[in-house]
Design a protein around this ligand. Structure first.
Ligand SMILES: *[C@@H]1O[C@H](CO)[C@@H](O)[C@H](O)[C@H]1NC(C)=O
Ligand SMILES: *[C@@H]1O[C@H](CO)[C@@H](O)[C@H](O)[C@H]1NC(C)=O
Ligand SMILES: *[C@@H]1O[C@H](CO)[C@@H](O)[C@H](O)[C@H]1NC(C)=O
Ligand SMILES: *[C@@H]1O[C@H](CO)[C@@H](O)[C@H](O)[C@H]1NC(C)=O
Ligand SMILES: *[C@@H]1O[C@H](CO)[C@@H](O)[C@H](O)[C@H]1NC(C)=O
Ligand SMILES: *[C@@H]1O[C@H](CO)[C@@H](O)[C@H](O)[C@H]1NC(C)=O
Length: 446
């Protein structure tokens, strides 16, 4: 869920100017034709052709959220542009031609861009109402009988203003249409890494209020290999209004849990631990002699063998977001094997490991950081090929490995510069608020 407050005016200006310039470079303006009535002398047919935009300046547009049309209303006032091209004139059998410069001043354009959602969950834009008004044009003609024609400029200036005014809104519609085709080409599914893909389609139509734009996004991770839906549902939530910030983003329990489920269903929440991973200074090693402290019969049954542990999640681990804390419950198991000299693995025993972690999260340097503490850790003997024994010691070891296994993946967050965790963890979701900054480097932006 993402909520933006105040349309980012400066950003729109920079992007719009850049983009409109690109579009204008490609545009060839259609000819303007008309007729000048010179009373008893009849009429003169004229054509302005090969019209190019030589220069234009785009004043800072005013952009507002526009609830009436579920979109934005952008207005530009006081735009000035200089056009040039050639003119031709026919009066009976007399033809004349030359070139012209045209300065259009005080051009006002107001255009409404409506936001929607297409069938694939992409944001869509369409043009709503549009108005264009030209304050004045000034035409200078050169060549041929331009002096004579110049004399009549006031007679046909009005027609030219109307013709250009009538072409601005279709031009704006073309620009919005081009933007729409860019949006249609965008993906709503992204591969995060080799393991997870993130589906981020809109779940609802955008909601526009006078001071905010609200987008509901699905935010579901999938394991790339199996692409299975998790057995739990997303619960609705609403990011609270956060006055003083431009942007707020909420990330729900469901999104976090779908990432864990994706890893789990693709069989990735498992690991092999062998003695080479135990630090040399450790008093306990993964071998049958060393384990004699906990399982006295083991060194007698299998003397002097190295051991290996298979650690795996028995169920998908689940995050639960509670005010000011992230809780994580893990139900796992550890299967222990002795490694025979011929490399055969002989099963020894299986332990169930249930543990609960709490963490605090915060954002610093634009990264999500956290601290984890273990709330509860229970080890129970699930099966044994070596007879019963007391399950107690090496708690901290197993816990260390389980937590390392699960937290190593980390939590992927949208990249946000200058993000601050405001209200941090709330019931069922994490909220972040931020001011957006646009960094333009050539044609790329963050
Ligand atoms: C969309 O995704 C496909 C497949 O993952 C990729 O080939 C394509 O380049 C992506 N398009 C964009 C615009 O990112
Ligand atoms: C321990 O595990 C690592 C990685 O799985 C493997 O490369 C190594 O050969 C293993 N060592 C033993 C002694 O089994
Ligand atoms: C098993 O571990 C002990 C230390 O705990 C060590 O002295 C012994 O050499 C190890 N045995 C094997 C086979 O690695
Ligand atoms: C511990 O996690 C399990 C899920 O593995 C959960 O059912 C249980 O309620 C959690 N217990 C506590 C005290 O949070
Ligand atoms: C490997 O050694 C074990 C124990 O000595 C024995 O039971 C097993 O049959 C052997 N396996 C193979 C494939 O030789
Ligand atoms: C830890 O879990 C066990 C069994 O699941 C439970 O009996 C015990 O009360 C829990 N302890 C804490 C501190 O949550």
């Amino acid at each position: 869920d993402a909520k933006a407050r105040q349309p980012p005016k400066g950003i729109v200006h920079v992007l719009a100017t850049d983009w409109i310039q690109k579009e204008l470079d490609l545009i060839t303006l259609p000819d303007i034709t008309g007729e000048i009535d010179i009373s008893i002398f009849g009429s003169v047919d004229y054509t302005l052709t090969g019209i190019r935009i030589v220069k234009w300046d785009l004043p800072e547009p005013s952009v507002q959220f526009y609830p009436d049309a579920t979109g934005f209303k952008a207005s530009i006032s006081g735009l000035n542009a200089v056009l040039s091209g050639g003119w031709m004139m026919d009066y009976g059998i007399i033809s004349q031609s030359g070139s012209f410069d045209l300065a259009a001043s005080m051009v006002d354009v107001t255009s409404v861009v409506e936001l929607g959602k297409d069938a694939g969950g992409r944001l869509s834009v369409s043009s709503g109402s549009c108005n264009a008004k030209i304050g004045d044009v000034d035409i200078a003609l050169y060549g041929g009988a331009s002096e004579i024609l110049q004399f009549f400029v006031d007679n046909f200036k009005g027609d030219i203003i109307t013709t250009i005014e009538n072409r601005i809104c279709p031009g704006v519609q073309t620009l919005i249409g081009n933007l729409e085709s860019h949006l249609q080409a965008m993906n709503v599914s992204f591969d995060v890494d080799q393991i997870l893909t993130l589906d981020l389609p809109l779940s609802d139509l955008p909601v526009i209020k006078a001071s905010s734009l609200n987008l509901g996004l699905k935010g579901e991770f999938f394991g790339i290999r199996t692409h299975k839906d998790p057995p739990f549902e997303a619960k609705p939530f609403t990011v609270p209004e956060q006055p003083g910030y431009m942007l707020s983003v909420g990330l729900s329990e469901f999104t976090l849990n779908s990432a864990l489920y994706g890893c789990y269903s693709d069989g990735l929440l498992q690991a092999i631990i062998n003695d080479s991973m135990v630090p040399p200074f450790s008093p306990v090693h993964l071998n049958t002699s060393s384990m004699g402290i906990f399982i006295p019969q083991l060194p007698k049954m299998f003397p002097g063998l190295l051991m290996t542990l298979q650690v795996y999640a028995k169920k998908e681990p689940l995050f639960s977001l509670q005010p000011d804390a992230v809780k994580l419950g893990v139900q796992g198991a550890v299967k222990a094997f002795a490694i025979q000299p011929n490399s055969t693995l002989t099963p020894l025993f299986t332990l169930n490991v249930n543990s609960n972690f709490s963490s605090k999260v915060w954002i610093s340097d634009g990264r999500l950081k956290g601290s984890v503490t273990m709330d509860n850790f229970t080890l129970t003997l699930a099966a044994s090929e070596v007879g019963t024994f007391q399950v107690h010691g090496n708690k901290h070891y197993s816990a260390f490995y389980v937590s390392r296994l699960l937290l190593a993946k980390g939590v992927i967050l949208p990249r946000m510069k200058q993000a601050q965790l405001v209200n941090s963890v709330l019931k069922g979701f994490i909220a972040m608020s931020s001011d957006a900054t646009v960094f333009l480097t050539d044609r790329d932006f963050d």
